[in-house]
Design a protein. Structure first.
Length: 621
């Protein structure tokens, strides 16, 4: 049984039982069972499944691990966490997130006015809200309104101009007020330390955000002068998402810890927190040779807590509260994208595709005999003979000595010989065989859009675990390239010889075959684009009751064609009238046929852009 690297990326969230991949929780339903139940309700195309229990697991693990690290060294500061809304703002996720995190006083981080409104309405009073990113006067005023509502909100200053605006808004909104209320103030610091990998530019002197040491001193003076030093309670830094290496974080922690201590000694008595940002990496890899991080969560927490205590003690200041904004760690595992395979594009290279004649060219006849006589002991020799014959036969075709049927038979027989040879010699793993795998890739056409559902694969070459929903008791043998249904050559997850994906050889006309894409809960939905106007897939929340039984809830179907066009500001009423009028004006069809066409038209307009196909069981995929 091939487990598709589940032991690397799965974190015990899923388990393979018999031939299916199942949720490793409560009644352990299979993903195939859930998919079939949703499709039985009439939903087609890709389906996004959300699992709130996995959100709770990640939050609980984060808090428990940091509390353990604190307890081991008697750390006196607190631990707090907020979820950065930029990672996933979808209601089904946010509602579940806030519901399962109540006992942890978990909060939200916002980086725009719209996200701030979500934070103000979804965060419980008392739970922390942090505001990052560039802000104008209106956004800062909203923060003051949130504070007056009773929210525990911190505005992070990204530049001195923002601090000037905070002072202006404070003087206006609290003027003449008997009991003035203002948000807490944080300052993002521009560290010398930088991160590692794709997002390394989030740190270092050339980073987009944060104050230099000189600007920090100016900000301190401005806060003091305007009687706001008592609101200054957090410093913040972020050295990049998906940190693969723990070493850059340690360097950043030492730098930030010393800045904290220096500010405390200078007289910033209210300063009591260090926000270390996000960056906690998620393991996406299905291959042990290419893992995504070199540290555990326990090591991460131990390093943060130990270094903060060490610096505080050496500088003679109180140990700060620790804040994290690790969104990827919280969100990635909670959702799974499931999409049906529509077609295998290289299935023409099957034996039934041969068009052999009564008398074939000698080299083709020999290829046919090589294929049927192929055994392990002669596989390499016969493989070389077949490749040599193919070159000769293609030359003969170019010279006009063999016809198109002969060329087709050549391609099929050589492909079959390569495929059979690789299977027989699979234990050898030679470079020659690995190169030949590119020649026999199966192209799986899958009913989804990489641009909509896996934009980080398209934009950043981020790998995601891919697993079929069933047949997991059978070792897959096809080197797989995955094609999406967009009209774009970039909509492809190509076969990678260094990180190979193998899938099963199936006849899609006789059975359904679904692929699951895991760890898609962070960034993929909010960054997804409507390339070719493919919209967000149908989604559902899978919850479990106290008895362990699952429930499919909050089903939201993918947008239909007219809704997508409406999102682009098309006048859909006008489009509807034009379509109807052109059918009415058609002179070549009868009134009865016009009524029939109108009925079909409105049926199609009520559906989404994802494809449908008819199975032999008369089922739509």
């Amino acid at each position: 049984m091939k487990n598709f690297g589940l032991q690397l990326w799965g974190d015990d969230n899923f388990v393979i039982e018999d031939d299916t991949i199942n949720i490793n929780y409560a009644s352990k339903p299979s993903l195939l069972q859930l998919t079939q139940e949703i499709r039985a309700k009439g939903h087609r195309g890709p389906i996004l499944l959300r699992f709130p229990h996995l959100i709770k697991k990640q939050i609980s693990t984060l808090f428990t691990t940091f509390e353990k690290a604190k307890k081991e060294i008697n750390y006196q500061g607190g631990f707090h966490a907020v979820f950065p809304l930029k990672v996933n703002q979808f209601p089904n996720f946010i509602n579940a997130l806030m519901d399962v995190s109540k006992e942890y006083n978990y909060g939200l981080e916002a980086g725009s006015k719209a996200e701030l409104i979500i934070a103000m309405t979804k965060t419980p009073l008392g739970a922390p809200i942090t505001i990052n990113g560039f802000k104008d006067k209106e956004m800062i005023s909203l923060c003051f309104i949130a504070a007056k509502m009773g929210h525990n909100i911190t505005i992070t200053i990204e530049g001195l101009a923002e601090l000037e605006t905070i002072i202006e808004v404070n003087n206006t909104i609290n003027k003449g007020v008997k009991t003035p209320v203002s948000p807490k103030i944080g300052v993002r610091i521009r560290l010398h330390s930088s991160g590692i990998g794709i997002w390394a530019k989030s740190g270092g002197y050339s980073s987009k955000f944060g104050l230099t040491s000189t600007e920090l001193l100016v900000a301190y003076e401005m806060l003091t002068k305007n009687n706001l030093l008592q609101q200054f309670w957090m410093i913040h830094f972020h050295i990049g998402s998906q940190m693969s290496d723990i070493v850059p974080l340690k360097k950043a922690l030492r730098e930030a810890g010393n800045i904290y201590a220096e500010l405390k000694k200078r007289g910033a008595d209210a300063l009591g927190a260090i926000n270390i940002g996000g960056g906690l990496a998620v393991e996406y890899s299905q291959h042990a040779s290419n893992v995504d991080r070199n540290y555990s969560l326990m090591e991460f927490a131990n390093d943060v807590v130990y270094l903060m205590q060490e610096i505080a003690k050496s500088k003679g200041v109180s140990e700060p509260d620790i804040f994290t904004e690790s969104g990827r760690f919280i969100a990635a595992s909670h959702s799974v994208l499931i999409a049906p395979v529509l077609e295998l594009f290289s299935q023409e290279y099957h034996e039934q595709g041969l068009r052999l004649k009564e008398v074939n060219p000698p080299l083709i006849q020999e290829l046919y005999e090589l294929y049927h006589a192929l055994k392990r002991q002669n596989a390499r020799e016969y493989l070389h003979d077949a490749l040599d014959h193919m070159e000769s036969l293609l030359t003969l075709f170019d010279l006009g000595y063999i016809d198109l049927e002969d060329r087709s038979n050549t391609e099929i027989l050589v492909n079959l010989i390569i495929k059979k040879s690789i299977f027989l010699l699979k234990d050898e793993g030679s470079n020659e065989l690995m190169k030949l795998q590119n020649r026999i890739q199966e192209k799986y056409l899958v009913n989804f859009s990489t641009f909509q559902s896996l934009p980080d694969f398209w934009g950043l070459s981020q790998q995601f675990p891919i697993v079929p929903l069933d047949k997991l008791d059978i070792k897959p043998s096809n080197p797989a390239t995955i094609w999406d249904i967009t009209c774009d050559s970039d909509g492809e997850i190509g076969f990678n010889r260094e990180l190979p994906l193998y899938l099963h050889d199936i006849d899609i006309t006789k059975e359904e075959y679904f692929l699951a894409f895991f760890l898609t809960g962070a960034y993929q939905e909010v960054l997804g684009m409507q390339h070719n106007l493919f919209t967000h897939p149908t989604e559902a929340v899978i919850s479990f009751d106290e008895s362990g039984e699952y429930h499919i809830e909050n089903l939201i179907d993918a947008e239909n064609l007219m809704n997508v066009l409406d999102d682009l500001n098309y006048d859909t009423n006008e489009l509807d009238k034009i379509l109807k009028q052109r059918i009415e004006d058609a002179t070549a069809i009868s009134s009865e046929e016009k009524r029939e066409l109108l009925g079909k038209l409105y049926l199609y307009l009520s559906e989404n852009s994802y494809l449908k196909t008819i199975q032999t069981q008369n089922e739509n995929i």
